[in-house]
Design a binder for this molecule. Sequence first.
Ligand code: ADP
Length: 434
Amino acid sequence: MKKKDRKFKSFSFIFDALYFAILIILSLVIGALLNNIAYSLIIALFIFVLKILYENYKLEKIILNFDNKSLDNYPKKNENLILQINKNYEDLLSISDKFYALEKRFKELSDSMPDAAVVIDKKLNTEWFNEAARKMLSFEEIDIGRPILHLIRNPHFTDFLNSKERDFYVYFTSPQNYNMTIQCFIVPYAEDKFLLTFRDVSQLDKIDKMRQDFVANVSHELKTPLTVLFGYLETISVDNSMGFDKKIIDEMLKQAKRMDTLISDLLKLTKLQTTNIPDKKFSIINLEEIINELVTSFDKKSKINKNEIKFSISNKLYIRGVYEEIYSAFSNLVNNAIMYSEKGTNIEIQCKSSANGEIVFSVKDYGVGIPPEDIDRITERFYRVDKGRSREQGGTGLGLSIVKHILIRHGARLEVSSEPDVGSQFTCIFPKAN
Ligand code: ADP
């Protein structure tokens, strides 16, 4: 029979009853001989109670100080009870051995992780952290139980953890080392707990900054000679006294203009990505004003393409932002709507406030649409679904990237829904004004 299947029966009651019976009989005999049965019965009872108390005391001692040696001294009548306790004790030892092995393995695993890992509870108090958290975030044992926001003091990290609609990750500069950029991921874990992982992405960040600097420098360097060439070409196109082929000059002008737009868009995008908006540049923007300006400025272009721009706006909607940037984002969307629409279709601009107080601006067209597999990629730099159509229309492939970054700077987001040959809707969602 396997050890864990062993069942021990209890015989202690039979032992006690037998002992009691023998004691009573003996006391009756002695009492009869001494002619004092009452006394001898009382003495017998006293002996019995004393014996029970002593055995209880011994048993309690064995149970309280239980180890394998106790087994040698157990009272024989409690043999089965002790064997059962011993079996439970061994089972417990083997469970705790397994548990310690598991805990050791988990500790070795978590300590060998290059990323810092921290578990926090729903009140954002620190519950556990690994070895890398000690090194990267200077956590110490006494930090367990303390609010993580007291241990990592950074406004981006604080906003990230406090936000109701939290993103999956955030980047911030290490408060301990200003040269270190940290990427922090959050994952819900067990009930009401969160696992935070922190990764040092300084190298990636450095490479990304170098790439941005490179693009910005090249664009700056190209801008000056291009402006000179552009100037000469414009002069020749107005006063062609030297008799150049007009078609060639026009084509050169067209390409120079394209290059100029491309460089300007690249510079604009780099600026949007690398700088924050200074507080003094923010103003309260009346969206009706922006929409009226958009409709006026696209009047000519939409007429050429025979598109009718329809718009509807709920009364008095305002957002906080930089007017030129918001105008540029919206105008990119309207421009695209015209560019990728068939002749004679409508373009609908709508502005309203949503049920939860967000301000929603959308541009809807009934044009070529976007295949589902491309939707997630169209805000990447230079990503175009149809390169030919984009170039033919003078697109740079940077418009939606610019829109995305303008919205990010304003705490807003872009949502795209589209169906090929049916049309597209681009929606900018601005946070509730405080
Ligand atoms: P581009 O200058 O090429 O228009 P964008 O960044 O503005 O660059 O847009 C990226 C790509 O997304 C476009 O090339 C086009 O394929 C697609 N796109 C953007 N807007 C629309 C739209 N309203 N309808 C269909 N496709 C669109």
